[in-house]
Design a protein around this ligand. Structure first.
Ligand code: HEC
Length: 210
């Protein structure tokens, strides 16, 4: 009985060793070579896949041999129109020119609630939940004074606020890569409620699409 178990153990060790050699051998094919493929049709689509380019299968229909095509000139990808529209120069003149921008979004219940949600996530550490500029990192002494919205916002306009949120301002970082232009406008609707403190409490927490 004991001998049998020993034998079995020896056999399983032999299997283990030989299969690991086989695994390592297939991994050491080197470079970009994935090694031998079993049933390649399982991996490689017969049709040209726009998001996959196989090195040895140039696309014979598209001029550049690529499955993915370059966008037609002067076209904007779906959902990216916002970014092209607000391509402001990142200069002092750009800041001034931004004054002409108007918030295109209505101050609807949904936009205000969404603005509040985004504000609470991104802006409260500095500006504080009450917009007074006493967020947690300011209160902890880790960040210098942040202006209160009630004081600052009346001195600028929505367009300048848009510019500052998109590109940042002095110690404040840029949010142009975090928030889409539409989201920035939603946040602006919300922070504008800090101009009159009673309005803030009126903003619903729920984001039910209108
Ligand atoms: C790291 C701290 C910090 C965070 C986070 C932050 N801000 Fe600010 N914010 C500041 C400071 C500091 C100023 C004053 C900048 C100055 O004028 O020197 C400021 C100024 C502003 C202004 C006035 C800009 C102007 O043109 O005068 C607006 C509007 C504003 N912040 C909105 C936001 C919004 C919206 C968010 C979140 C998306 C945000 N901030 C996140 C620190 C912050």
């Amino acid at each position: 009985m004991k001998i049998n178990t020993m034998k079995l153990n020896k056999i399983s060790i032999a299997i283990l060793v030989s299969s690991s050699i086989a695994i390592f051998a297939s991994c050491s094919a080197g470079g970009d070579n994935p090694g031998m493929e079993y049933a390649p049709n399982m991996y490689h689509s017969f049709a040209y896949e726009p998001l996959t380019q196989e090195a040895d299968k140039p696309n014979t229909i598209n001029a550049n041999g690529m499955n993915m095509r370059l966008p037609a000139e002067h076209t904007i990808a779906r959902g990216q129109l916002d970014f092209a529209t607000y391509n402001l120069a990142k200069t002092a003149e750009g800041y001034e020119a931004a004054s002409s921008l108007k918030n295109p979004a209505p101050a609807s219940v949904y936009n205000l609630a969404e603005g509040k949600r985004l504000f609470n996530i991104n802006c409260t550490p500095c500006h504080g939940e009450d917009g007074q500029g006493n967020g947690t990192i300011v209160a902890d002494g880790k960040f210098p004074k942040v202006p209160s919205y009630a004081e600052r916002l009346p001195t600028i306009n929505d367009g300048k606020a848009f510019y500052s949120i998109k590109y940042g301002r002095n110690l404040m970082g840029a949010y142009g890569t975090v928030l889409t232009p539409s989201q920035i406008w939603q946040v602006i609707h919300y922070i504008n409620t800090y101009k009159t403190s009673t309005a803030v409490a009126a903003v619903a927490d729920t984001t039910v699409k209108k």
